[in-house]
Unconditional design. Structure first.
Length: 89
């Protein structure tokens, strides 16, 4: 995010195309860090992918960017990690 440039010209910022991660500890911590930073600088954001659907627009293989795993089960820890109006440390 180009926060300094957004501040300079007086506009908002939007974090896009993020979240390609698994559900392990380091991956979840990275998600927390990114979401927390967006909150700190008042940047909007959206998640890259709700469900895999064999997306041809990505370099990732399988459902790593998805909220659902390869069996169609919700990756709850991933969702809970970013489901707060203010990310906790």
């Amino acid at each position: 995010m180009y926060i300094s440039e957004a501040k300079r010209i007086g506009c908002g910022s939007f974090m896009t195309e993020w979240g390609a991660s698994g559900q392990n500890g380091p991956a979840l911590q990275e998600l927390k860090d990114m979401a927390r930073y967006a909150d700190e600088v008042l940047a909007s954001w959206s998640w890259w992918q709700f469900k895999d659907y064999n997306d041809i627009t990505t370099a990732s293989v399988g459902p790593v960017e998805s909220f659902y795993d390869e069996h169609g089960q919700l990756q709850a820890e991933k969702v809970f990690t970013i489901s707060s109006t203010q990310i906790q440390t």
